[in-house]
Design a protein around this ligand. Structure first.
Ligand SMILES: Cc1cc2nc3c(=O)[nH]c(=O)nc-3n(C[C@H](O)[C@H](O)[C@H](O)COP(=O)(O)O)c2cc1C
Length: 312
């Protein structure tokens, strides 16, 4: 058992018990190893691992990161060691810790997504899968799926057949109607949703006139993304009845509370992990204090509070 926390913080989503509702989001916490030097991994509510693909992938050429006011642009592009090495080296290692693990699965074709998700499920070492159909930094896969509800639903149904674990689908706000997307993905068998991925963006060095990122565009994360995430969660929570993990610019307990009040059942911390490895745990503790101050017996009482008329 990791660090005990007050029962008020415990939440359950898709039959998975979380010590607190604060997870760490994909690609911002490695696969936990580097961070384990700074904190007990059992202190976070859950870990969402970095995207894994069938074969090793180098990602995009550098520079791949650029800081902008209120956020970060990244064009990492799914760099990872491939599913076999991930299972043997990373997931097996992560299993030593008492913390639920969502594995973020990516691919460059339908078959690849299905194969990787099936291998993760068969390994018996993951608690859930997060299907990454919203990476803005790859030319195939990624946003191709999440800009078409039909394509997203088709892939979700294919992957659902291949797995025996709760299947979360990660969506982008860069879509004509995120509500329609969420409804179609739920109909296709998704067990939960992760909202939202980074938003496609670009920065230019005016001295040279060249793009800051070698890939030209990247994904915007951090505080600039937060209000977009709140709206996405708010809209989607009203049209689906599967759990939502809200994410996007969570910088403090207030941002986490906001996403929960908009309708998220749990929240993931992303870019802030680069600044403060203990952020998710600290935010969970602060959220617990807020819930206590407001007289809530469980943080789950925050979920969807805004639609229920707020705190009366
Ligand atoms: C450097 C970096 C790498 C990321 N890698 C992934 C990834 O591999 N898979 C994925 O689904 N999302 C990835 N994301 C998106 C985050 O998981 C998260 O959805 C997004 O950054 C919004 O949260 P934030 O504003 O708190 O960072 C990445 C984000 C960053 C900044």
């Amino acid at each position: 058992m990791g660090t005990p926390q007050e029962p008020r913080l415990a939440v359950e989503i898709s039959g998975i018990n979380l010590r607190n509702p604060l997870l760490v989001s994909s690609g911002t916490f490695g696969n936990g190893r580097e961070y384990s030097e700074w904190l007990d991994l059992g202190m976070v509510g859950g870990i969402i691992t970095k995207a894994v693909t069938l074969l090793p992938c180098n990602g995009n050429p550098p520079p791949r990161l650029w800081e902008v006011p209120c956020g970060l642009l990244n064009s990492i592009g799914l760099e990872n060691k491939g599913v076999e090495a991930f299972l043997a080296e990373d997931l097996a290692w992560l299993n030593r810790f008492d913390v639920p693990v969502w594995v973020n699965v990516a691919g460059f074709s339908d078959e690849e997504y299905v194969a990787v998700a099936g291998m993760i499920s068969d390994s018996g070492m993951a608690d859930a899968i997060e299907l990454n159909i919203s990476c803005p930094n790859v030319k195939q896969g990624g946003l191709h799926y999440s800009s078409s509800p039909r394509e997203a639903a088709r892939l979700t149904a294919m992957v659902q057949k291949a797995v025996n674990l709760p299947l979360y689908v990660k969506l982008s706000a860069r879509t004509a109607d995120i509500k329609e997307m969420a409804v179609e993905v739920q109909k296709a068998g998704a067990d939960g949703l992760s909202l939202i991925n980074t938003f496609p963006a670009m920065a230019i060095d005016v001295e040279t006139g060249r793009a800051r990122l070698a890939n030209v565009s990247g994904g915007l994360s951090g505080p600039a993304l937060h209000p977009i995430a709140v709206l996405a969660v708010w809209e989607v929570a009203q049209v689906v009845d599967i759990p939502i993990i809200g994410m996007g610019g969570v910088w403090s307990w207030k941002d986490a509370a906001e996403l929960m009040m908009a309708g998220a059942d749990a929240v993931a911390v992303g870019t802030l992990n680069f600044v403060d490895p203990e952020a998710a745990f600290r935010i969970a503790e602060d959220l617990g204090s807020f819930a206590a101050r407001k007289g809530f017996e469980s943080v789950s009482e925050l979920v969807g509070l805004t639609r229920r008329g707020g705190i009366v």
